[in-house]
Design a protein around this ligand. Sequence first.
Ligand SMILES: Cc1ncc(COP(=O)(O)O)c(CNc2cccc(C(=O)O)c2)c1O
Length: 461
Amino acid sequence: PIRNHDVAELKRLDLAHHLPAQADHKVIAELGGSRIVTRADGCYITDGDGHRILDGMAGLWCVNVGYGRKELADAAYEQMLELPYYNTFFKTATPPTVKLAAKIAEKMGGHLTHVFFNSSGSEANDTVFRLVRHYWKLKGQPNRTVFISRWNAYHGSTVAGVSLGGMKHMHVQGDLPIPGVEHVMQPYPFGEGFGEDPAAFRDRAVKEIEDKILEVGPENVAAFIGEPVQGAGGVIIPPDGYWPAVEAVCRKYGILLVCDEVICGFGRLGQWFGHQHYGIKPDLIAMAKGLSSGYLPISAVGVADHIVAELREKGGDFIHGFTYSGHPTCAAVALKNIEIIEREDLITRTREDTGPYLAKALARLNDHPLVGETRSLGLIGAVEIVREKGTNHRFLDKEGEAGPIVRDICIRNGLMVRAIRDSIVCCPPLIVSHAEIDELVGIIEKSLTEAEPILRALKPE
Ligand SMILES: Cc1ncc(COP(=O)(O)O)c(CNc2cccc(C(=O)O)c2)c1O
């Protein structure tokens, strides 16, 4: 049923009573309120002013099966009528929760056998943080408390999530990180290894991890955590061989390996999970977003059998969990979502069809005067904006001016994308068609051309 909305009134209410996430509230006020998105179908969103926009970001990297899936709404409705909510704190569980745990375990395959549920990706990483430290105490190595992650990683917006993350501007706002988190360089060839031999760059990035372990003292290191491909950091695709080398370093010093699959999970990289694309075996994985395609909030931590064995052997309460851990209605929707991904074989389609198609389409932008590099893996990609072709030199010393200018032009031209510093990133729903990929890339190209005179006129302050 298409309900009409009084958009002006909604914007007034938005300004009067709503604080949107991750926003410059001065800017929102100057804009007269947020853009009110009212409907969506397939790969498109529609705002209150009737603009139909190709959603190149799948919401926030999460609507993997696309919008308008009535069967997901039906799954939620039916579960709500039967049992809308119950908790897992009282030695209790509910049918969709345990069925979903089994289904996720099937997709993780092998040694990752159990699942701990939460609502958000941040909470999944908070669970990782506390479970890992608990595990090492059970193992009789209580000194292993330190986590190592990358600068510019994104692991969430909770205190532990921000601390595990490597976004310096987020650390400043919360006087973070909390003690026990160390950061190393991110494996970002275009930004930090420009013109360097890829293998040499890879070895340098991996060596920094080993150096950090030795600096902290291997006996004090609990885990290394990383996204297979960093999403919010700017679609940072590591050089060949990076992840197997990282895994080898972790095994050398007896350190747990954690993959944050919140974006890379559920088909994004052409496998159920990103670590499977890289052929590594993490001890824990965080997942959210594509788990339910964002239709309802649910996240999970996949846990390896040897960690579960330790919990069971030693006993004692792991005193952690959330009211909505294992929420049955969210679990029912996630189960149905996974069923859709299986039924439409969106994993194979991403790996063998639309992923390669996106790579080829993005590559057409390499001839554009403003494009320094295009890169993608599966259905996540980035376009680097440079002042000078053939370099990684940006328009201003302070990165981050050009990206937002190009992004705003893309949105005006009918494409929703994220600007991350001076790059434009995309992460469309896994149902995206070739025609929609062509539309996505075409709008980026058109918008870059429109932006060029504006960017060339930018003067350093
Ligand atoms: C890899 C990763 N890990 C954890 C989280 C946190 O999930 P929750 O948001 O559900 O707590 C994320 C979330 N990713 C995320 C969240 C908010 C903004 C942006 C952006 O691209 O600006 C990206 C993520 O991308």
